[in-house]
Design a binder for this molecule. Structure first.
Ligand code: DER
Length: 241
């Protein structure tokens, strides 16, 4: 099975947990895209009714609109029944890294107020510890003096061999800021943190990041997932918190 087929299998399994009349957080990324497509399909078939979608990005907002999924927002629906979204990393305690698609702030706002947060992944996302994939742990920051903030973030995790890089749309000729800075739906920048070693206490790391003035939010979703659906070549496993 291809990675995308595994993503679709996990997504479809999660959508089985959506009942008519629910307010549903709609995730962002290539896995969540399958879940949003599936919800649209079931609404169209009349198998699901009276769903209200709360999108986690402008990208998902547009996808849901094109599918005819009725949409609203947190101002009108401060509590959701369920949210379905992908993840970049999942550790054994169901802590997540999210945000490599740049939507971490709105995802965390939506997924932080839902009764069930169902995470859908293919097995490649499973890691032994957060940061263990060697890929980015994103931090959304204000554009003002971004170099100053990026340096402070890097110094915060010097013990874990951290390197902080401003996310650009496409870095030209290898220069970090050769490309234009990536700008989030909220008009902010993203600094990607790369770790060589385990950062240890995740709650302490989260608090330390959020204490830095200039930081908006980070991509560690700690103790938020209630259900994780993992699709692998040997089948689908469902882990509940
Ligand atoms: O950027 C995000 O938060 C995405 O949800 C990411 O965590 C998963 O993206 P993928 O489903 O395309 O791998």
């Amino acid at each position: 099975l291809t990675q995308d087929e595994l993503k679709r299998i996990a997504a479809y399994k999660a959508v089985e947990m959506v009942e008519s009349g629910m307010v549903v957080g709609l995730g962002t990324g290539s896995t969540a895209k399958h879940a949003v497509d599936r919800i649209g399909e079931l609404l169209h078939q009349g198998k699901l009714k009276n769903i209200i979608g709360i999108p986690t990005s402008t990208k998902t907002h547009e996808q849901a609109l094109s599918l005819g999924i009725p949409l609203s927002d947190l101002d009108s629906h401060p509590v959701l029944d369920i949210a379905i979204d992908g993840a970049d990393e999942i550790d054994p305690n169901l802590n997540l890294v999210k945000g490599r698609g740049g939507s971490l702030l709105r995802e965390k706002m939506v997924e932080g107020v839902c009764k069930k947060f169902v995470v859908i992944v293919d097995e490649s996302k499973l890691v032994k510890y957060i940061g263990g994939s060697g890929l980015a742990m994103p931090v959304e920051i204000v554009p003002f003096c971004w170099k100053f903030t990026a340096k402070r973030l890097q110094e915060l995790f010097e013990y874990a061999g951290c390197v902080a890089k401003l996310r650009t749309f496409a870095s030209c000729n290898g220069m970090e800021n050769g490309g234009l800075p990536f700008v989030t739906d909220n008009g902010n920048y993203v600094v990607d943190l790369y770790f060589k070693r385990d950062i240890g206490d995740l709650k302490a790391a989260s608090d330390a990041i959020l204490r830095l003035a200039g930081v908006v939010e980070h991509g560690m979703f700690l103790d938020m997932a209630t259900t994780v659906i993992v699709a692998g070549d040997l089948g689908v496993t469902i882990k509940n918190k």
